[in-house]
Unconditional design. Structure first.
Length: 243
């Protein structure tokens, strides 16, 4: 789905997507995007920020609040770091500023679709999409990740995560105690690192800490290894302190 109120921009993206074999739906305002997704969620949403009726940021807030896990690639004329971080903080999986290269846009679409490819029957109603990771429970202390069901629990309580947050936490939980550089985590997120800054990872880590730490500013699970990156630890084993 393309949510874009600029007819020329929407037509350009539609043609490129159709050229790669995708079926494309175009809507021109945020409210229509939400209504259509509720009827039948697409595999991916290309979402403009500045739109009438409901802007892209509010669309993203609504979708994530309703637990739609479809990947979202945001397009915007705004290019400041604050705008980028706000989009990621709300649950966007990727972010491009206008003007952009259509070929680069297609590369990012392909990457997001590979990372979130569902094993669903074509035409079936889609809710949150699963991430293809190992099909067994991953446990780090009280933190349990179920890749097959795309679920995370902490002390038995569910933890709501965006697709990007889920991929980061799953990768780190598979190797607890290992230090992951930002570049490695970017690869987990997008499969490539050419166009995306390290700050993207920092935002995801900050958001995850809000969800799995009792005191996000004094983390005991998701730790910073200064000058290197991040690692996931089990506080019960006495490893829950920053390095």
């Amino acid at each position: 789905m393309i949510a874009e109120d600029d007819d020329k921009q929407a037509e350009l993206v539609r043609r490129y997507l159709q050229r790669e074999g995708h079926t494309v739906t175009v809507v021109t305002d945020g409210r229509a995007a939400v209504e259509q997704i509720r009827l039948r969620a697409p595999d991916l949403l290309v979402l403009d920020v500045m739109m009438p009726r409901t802007d892209g940021l509010d669309v993203l807030r609504i979708l994530r609040a309703e637990s739609y896990g479809l990947p979202v690639l945001m397009l915007t004329a705004r290019s400041t770091e604050d705008d980028l971080l706000l989009g990621l903080d709300l649950g966007a999986d990727d972010y491009m500023t206008k003007p952009y290269s259509p070929r680069e846009l297609m590369a990012r679409v392909r990457t997001l679709l590979r990372r979130t490819a569902p094993a669903a029957v074509p035409g079936a109603a889609a809710g949150p999409l699963p991430v293809p990771v190992e099909e067994h429970l991953i446990t780090v202390g009280a933190l349990v990740i179920d890749p097959e069901r795309h679920e995370i629990t902490l002390d038995g309580a569910g933890v709501e995560c965006t697709p990007g947050e889920f991929r980061i936490l799953s990768a780190m939980a598979a190797e607890p105690g290992r230090v992951f550089t930002r570049q490695r985590l970017l690869q987990e997120l997008h499969g490539y690192t050419r166009y995306i800054g390290d700050r993207t990872v920092d935002v995801h880590i900050m958001n995850l800490r809000k969800k799995i730490e009792q005191q996000p500013k004094k983390p005991r699970r998701l730790l910073t290894v200064f000058g290197v990156g991040y690692k996931l630890a089990d506080p019960a084993k006495g490893a829950g302190r920053a390095s």
